[in-house]
Design a protein around this ligand. Structure first.
Ligand code: PLP
Length: 400
């Protein structure tokens, strides 16, 4: 039996040690600020901030005919051209929206079709947008099953709209859009592509890929949040979904978000010429994966790593530690990553993407997504590895 006196003595010995440990965690947390969540949003580029703040004292509605309005209109049109050039489109094809979500909704609901086919791994803004969609499966690799898709397309009542993403936001897996584009054309259907995660990270040419409509979002490219574009091909008859004004060639009512659009244009101009910078990022991502396997062996599993992926993304699960615990522990060390499926409400739900890839749900609940960017440094990856490999499970975990 430990006497009261002994207990209080050991309390006085242990308390300062615990205090020091907590303090050192706090200091580490305050010192480290490691952002590995570029697929959620990329930091705004300095040149974008400058372009947006240079707008400064200027004002005016771009639809007004006076000089104030005309000056704003000129800026919007300049940005439109930069966004179009990023994907080899014409500027009159660019419809600015409030985000990738709205652009996806517009593409899905704005065309008059009898059938819509989307893949099982699309973003919720595609999957939850209209009723009665047909869902095309993906293979375990995370790549759309093109053969099964073509069978669905043949059976679907025409006219058909197909919507497949260019690269998946959770796994980074790049989809065979050029091949899909050829199939879609052969069957006289329309192809929309959510290219939000791909544009600015891999070369994207809307003509070469055979895409009729494409979604791009500014905040994944180093531009501001709350602005995006739907690029609309000349053969597409699109009906606006937001009504009450003739802006955006009558396809999206509402006064344009001028500062946001200017920032978007600037980001588009910069990323068009900085694709090479991702070569360094692939190397860092691969180093991260190799080192994790080296230390954790079979305790770590990767998803989508057997095929072409975005240069910056890795999706992995720890066999023994839940995504929530990993996120919290990493956050306490100043490292930001996402759960396999970061829900917009901030809660973590099981990833529909991993489920579609046939990943066991117990393991899927342990999945996190790490996404790097042009600003990521090797020292940051080394620090991540040190923290991650030292992580221990706590309490009851989802053991796979
Ligand atoms: N599509 C994909 C693939 C995404 O990853 C996201 C955002 O995470 C969106 C669409 C939605 O874009 P936004 O955040 O601009 O609404």
């Amino acid at each position: 039996m430990v006497s009261r006196k002994q207990a209080s003595k050991s309390y006085y010995l242990i308390a300062p040690i615990v205090g020091l440990v907590l303090l050192s965690d706090l200091v580490q947390f305050m010192l480290k600020n490691i952002y590995l969540d570029y697929n959620a949003t990329a930091p705004i580029l300095d040149a974008v901030k400058t372009a947006m703040t240079n707008l400064g004292e200027e004002y005016g509605n771009p639809s007004s005919v006076h000089r104030f309005g005309r000056s704003q209109r000129a800026k919007v049109e300049e940005a439109r051209l930069k966004v179009a050039r990023l994907v080899n489109a014409n500027s009159h094809q660019v419809v600015f929206t409030s985000g990738g979500t709205e652009a996806n909704n517009l593409a899905l609901t704005g065309v008059d079709v009898n059938s819509r086919i989307v893949s099982a791994i699309e973003h919720d803004s595609i999957l939850n947008c209209v009723n009665g969609i047909t869902v095309a499966p993906v293979q375990n690799s995370g790549v759309i099953d093109v053969e099964k898709f073509e069978k669905l397309l043949v059976k679907a009542a025409p006219p058909v709209l197909v919507s497949f993403m260019l690269a998946n936001n959770e796994t980074g897996v790049i989809q065979p859009i050029e091949e899909v584009g050829r199939i879609v054309k052969r069957h006289g259907a329309l192809l929309h592509c959510d290219a939000v995660q791909g544009v600015g990270r891999i070369p994207v040419d809307i003509l070469r890929l055979g895409i009729d409509m494409m979604t791009i979002s500014a905040h994944k490219l180093g531009g501001p949040q709350g602005v995006a574009a739907l690029i609309v091909g000349k053969n597409v008859r699109l009906k606006p979904q937001i009504l009450g004004g003739g802006q955006e060639r009558g396809l999206r009512a509402g006064t344009e978000n001028v500062p946001g659009i200017i920032g978007f244009g600037e980001a588009a101009k910069i990323v068009k010429f900085s694709l090479k910078s991702w070569n360094r990022i692939v190397h860092l991502r691969d180093k991260l994966e190799t080192c994790l396997v080296g230390v954790l062996g079979n305790n770590i599993r990767f998803f989508g790593n057997k095929c072409a992926r975005l240069p910056n993304t890795t999706c992995l699960a720890h066999n023994e530690i839940s995504a929530e615990t990993q996120l919290i522990k990493l956050d306490l060390k100043g490292i930001a990553v996402s759960a396999g499926s970061a829900c917009s409400s901030g809660k973590i739900k099981t990833s529909h993407v991993l489920e579609a890839m046939g990943v066991e749900s117990k393991l899927a609940r342990n999945a996190i997504r790490i996404s790097l960017g042009p600003e990521t440094q090797e020292t940051e990856i080394d620090y991540f590895l040190e923290v991650y490999t030292g992580m221990k499970k706590i309490g009851v975990e989802h053991a796979a």
